[in-house]
Design a protein around this ligand. Sequence first.
Ligand code: HEC
Ligand code: HEC
Length: 469
Amino acid sequence: MLRKFILMIVVGTLFLSCERDSSKDVTKPDINHKVKMASPRELSAGVSTIFTATSYAYDQNADWVTGKLYDRFLNGDALYDDPRDTSTNPKTGGRGPLFCGTSCGSCHNNSGRTKSSLITDAGTGPGDFSSFLTFIRTPNDQYHRNYGRVLHDHAIYGVKPEGKVHVKYTEEPHTLPDGTKYSLRVPKYWITDFYMEDIDMSQVEMTVRTPLRHVGMGQIMALDLDEIKALEKKQYPEYGISGEINWVNERGKRRVGLTGHKAHHSDLTVELGFLSDMGITSHRYPLEISYGQPQCTEDHGIEISSEDMADVDLYLHCLGVPSRRNINSEMVQYGAKMFRKAKCHLCHVETLHTRPEGATLIDGTNLPWLGGQTIHPYSDFLVHDMGPKLGDDFSQYNASGDEWRTAPLWGGGLQKIVNTHTDYLHDGRARNVFEAIMWHGGEGDVSRQIFANMNANDRQALIAFVNSL
Ligand code: HEC
Ligand code: HEC
């Protein structure tokens, strides 16, 4: 966590009416100082915009996070980052018997997307850590006997991991209309070393997912859902585009799905992440993820407190959203026009709003600063059919195998600085923005074609624009 302010070039003056009482805290700089001086085009998330373009760009609190809120933020940040061991210490222990990562930050390094590594021969598992999550089930949409939703490829000493995931990439050569050659890498996944009965891969439906960046979690939780419902009604038959809300059941209610690659969750999955990804039980999920497996029958009790769970939730909600960069570059400005020309903005929606009251944490704490803001996530938070080549045959609620949530693009251009790689799409198969666009099929096909038919300069400008977000 870094609290360092980077001086920005002043490009305009904007007055925001949302100053809050916490600005009276004299030990902190005027919280909206930079926001006031910034150009509206730079402000990705209103008063939560931060002006940091370093490796901490996804991992810094918004300026309104002060006083007691800031103490809780730091506690949440530590719980998020510090690796869990197998002790019974409620702050640092509880890991296992089965797990996928050792801390939230092991997969979401710097609150971003840790590069996922699957070595074909070795696969995932101990010694070959990978930040992917793999979901498995039978062709009849049931869990496999002795397995659950997630394939846990790590385990504590004396317990067998549930299996190992492998990948083989095949290069698929292509040529653009102007003769430029490029290649897409097509993944094929499989599992070996099942811990109990060997399951034939024909009996396994699986999907492999790369971690999501934690940019704008609070804003997503505060979204004005009427706006999302209105976007669902707005269809573009001339371009074959019609997004859909993924309605999910969470905490016993039907809700608008917002998070996850298929928008298959409505919250920030904090308790589920601790349980399912690290094997840490909470009051919401008191039973170990391995419960019922013959190899680990012990009950370990509650391993993390509800207060700590709420602080991790608070940490994610209070992260700032990095401002846009290079907005005065001619190339970036021209690229913004190309982005619209290619109809990218019909799914990667430029501007949304948060509801007036802001967001409420799992412990009931309200964060009014997240309310009433104009935000630029470059997503409609709807799921779209992206064609069978990108599909995984793994439906989640009403999102079919070929449907994916429009990936929010804000902060995406900083992924290289934060996580040292530019792997994109739900399983990281695209090695850069160009490849990510060329994978767009189905409802994204028109965009891909317009982009492919542009001259090299226009394509380059469009990519420069995407990288400025
Ligand atoms: C083993 C790696 C791994 C660990 C450990 C992990 N995550 Fe994740 N996380 C993922 C992957 C992969 C996804 C995307 C899953 C999907 O949507 O299909 C994800 C998605 C998320 C999302 C949704 C973000 C969005 O923009 O929609 C949140 C929030 C999240 N994780 C929080 C956490 C928290 C909190 C922890 C720690 C308790 C955690 N994660 C631990 C891999 C991990
Ligand atoms: C029909 C809706 C739609 C259109 C139009 C569209 N996209 Fe996407 N975009 C998506 C979806 C859905 C995903 C997520 C796909 C996945 O993860 O497999 C995505 C993913 C991406 C990603 C990867 C982001 C990441 O973090 O992994 C980039 C970059 C991107 N789109 C850029 C563009 C650009 C540039 C255009 C215009 C040329 C465009 N998209 C047009 C729906 C769309």
